[in-house]
Design a protein around this ligand. Structure first.
Ligand SMILES: Cc1cc2nc3c(=O)[nH]c(=O)nc-3n(C[C@H](O)[C@H](O)[C@H](O)COP(=O)(O)OP(=O)(O)OC[C@H]3O[C@@H](n4cnc5c(N)ncnc54)[C@H](O)[C@@H]3O)c2cc1C
Length: 317
């Protein structure tokens, strides 16, 4: 079922969450067992991230270094199939521009359709860690809006090579990313919102936000999105802080601020266990306020560690 239908049918804010595929070489069992308790809160959908290739340097016996491309977390499509099969919930794969030609995108979408996926989150992706800036594949998409366009064209029965005869068309519901604290490359929030609107105008039907820790920033973002003429559901993304390292890693990686009231509590913590308690309590307060404000879903970034999200959901759902 489409995310938009799930949200429309829901009488109240629904619980949803995102997981990462396990590192290559690990089995899926631990992840599946880990998220199993979260099914108690009836998530209508679970997002599965996509991880593009990274470059590593292999040292040869003669001392020369070879640049090798590898995917550390493959398996997004397989995990989607496994989740739908085991838990009877919708799985939402993330689909990137980066690393894909248009032809590969088309083929990936056909696979997703064949396994029964009804929704995709269309994203540009970032540059591989060792590269400075995002570069599309030759004949790939530069921005998420172009990927949205391709998916919608397929929904209208238009494949890349117009000669493909089709009596069948896909019917994906497309979500896109939004940034309450603006995307790091955008010169201003207004600039970023113009392109968020572009993604919606091209056919995306809902927005999932980057994580944020200050609800006021979300509410201001939501108001500006509405003022920009965007009327689709906006799903806030939440992440409980669980380790000391995340206090600096999250702002560095995701270009966001932690509010003073939160950092004041976090810096008093001596252990990860203490940090986790503070992080969970903060996320519970955030969740309660967002639910009271009537958000359609709370979407948790679990980083595939479900226990903190379980404690929050137990309090608020
Ligand atoms: C909910 C969520 C889930 C995510 N999941 C993943 C994942 O699974 N895997 C992963 O690798 N990454 C993921 N990301 C990270 C995402 O790929 C990066 O943030 C990426 O840098 C931007 O992706 P986007 O889809 O927002 O890009 P876009 O919407 O394409 O925007 C990228 C930048 O370009 C600007 N822009 C857009 N269109 C134009 C235009 N026509 N001309 C000029 N400028 C333009 C925008 O303002 C923005 O600054 C996720 C992010 C979010 C919020």
């Amino acid at each position: 079922m489409k995310i938009t239908e799930h949200l429309k049918n829901a009488k109240k804010t629904v619980f949803s969450f995102e997981i990462l595929p396990p590192l290559k070489g690990q089995s899926l069992n631990e992840l599946m067992e880990g998220i199993s308790p979260l099914m108690e809160f009836n998530p209508p959908f679970v997002d599965v991230t996509y991880h593009r290739e990274e470059f590593i340097y292999k040292k040869h016996p003669n001392g020369l270094l070879e640049k090798v491309s590898t995917k550390k977390r493959p398996g997004t499509v397989g995990i989607c199939a496994a989740i739908m099969n085991r838990f009877q919930v919708d799985a939402v794969p993330h689909l990137l521009c980066g690393g894909f030609t248009k032809e590969e995108t088309e083929n990936a979408l056909i696979d997703l359709n064949f396994i029964g996926v009804d929704n995709v989150l269309a994203l540009r992706g970032d540059a591989p860690k060792t590269e400075g800036r995002f570069e599309p594949e030759k004949d790939g998409h530069h921005f998420a809006s172009e990927l949205v366009e391709q998916i919608i064209r397929m929904n209208n029965g238009k494949y890349l090579h117009e000669e493909t005869e089709t009596s069948f068309h896909t019917d994906f519901c497309v979500g896109v990313a939004g940034y309450p604290e603006k995307h790091f490359e955008a010169p201003s929030l207004k600039f970023d919102l113009n392109y968020l609107k572009d993604k919606i105008d091209k056919g995306a039907e809902y927005i999932v936000t980057q994580m944020f820790f200050d609800n006021q920033k979300f509410f201001e973002f939501e108001q500006k999105v509405r003022e920009a003429g965007i009327n689709v559901p906006i799903i806030p993304g939440l992440k409980p802080i669980t380790t000391l390292g995340q206090i600096t890693m999250l702002p560095r990686t995701f270009f966001l601020d932690l509010p003073d009231a939160l950092t004041d509590e976090l810096i008093k913590c001596k252990t990860n266990a203490e940090v986790k308690e503070v992080g969970i309590a903060w996320a519970i307060e955030q969740s309660k306020e967002l639910i009271a404000a009537g958000v359609p879903s709370l979407h948790f970034y679990t980083m595939s560690k479900a226990d903190a999200t379980y404690k929050i959901a137990k309090e608020v759902f």
